[in-house]
Design a protein around this ligand. Structure first.
Ligand code: RB5
Length: 152
């Protein structure tokens, strides 16, 4: 499967996700995708929220098609990202979830944990996330319900 509509990925990490972010970034660039890296740019300790916000704003502002966030577990990033209207962020730990959250949830941000995943598995998950299209159909009404929560 290859979702040719996806051209630009925005990525961000904190210090605990810094090395995995660089691995995934290099992998995606080797595939010919454009990667916008909003930081962090060093392994110095920092707050993951800053980078969650920057990635989400790039996605909702149309600067990128999808976002990938990496921290130690992926959990804090997903909590911060899901506060943004228009963001459907999924914290995934396996390839099945990374694929299904595109097919059924139309997720637009993938959150990964460097302390949880190996580099090879994480790159496979990023590939599946990017290459799998939303199925629509019966899932559209459910995604519409999620999106409606942004208006509350
Ligand atoms: C940083 O130590 C760690 O708490 C952070 O990267 C993330 O895992 C939080 O959810």
């Amino acid at each position: 499967m290859n979702n040719n509509a996806i051209k630009t990925i925005v990525m961000g990490s904190d210090h605990a996700g810094y090395h995995l972010k660089l691995k995934i970034k290099a992998h995606l660039e080797s595939r010919g995708l454009e990667v916008l890296d909003v930081g962090t740019d060093t392994p110095e300790s920092c707050n993951y929220t800053i980078f969650a916000h920057a990635v989400c704003e790039a996605v909702t502002g149309g600067k990128a098609d999808l976002g990938i966030l990496v921290c130690g577990t992926g959990l804090g990033m997903s909590m911060a990202a899901n506060k943004h209207p228009g963001i459907r962020a999924a914290c995934c730990e396996n390839t099945f979830s990374a694929r299904m959250t595109r097919m059924h949830n139309d997720a637009n941000v993938l959150c990964l944990g460097e302390r949880v995943l190996g580099f090879g598995l994480a790159c496979d998950m990023a590939d599946l996330f990017i290459d799998t299209p939303f199925e629509g159909g019966r899932h559209q009404a459910r995604v519409d319900d999620i999106n409606a929560l942004d208006q509350r």
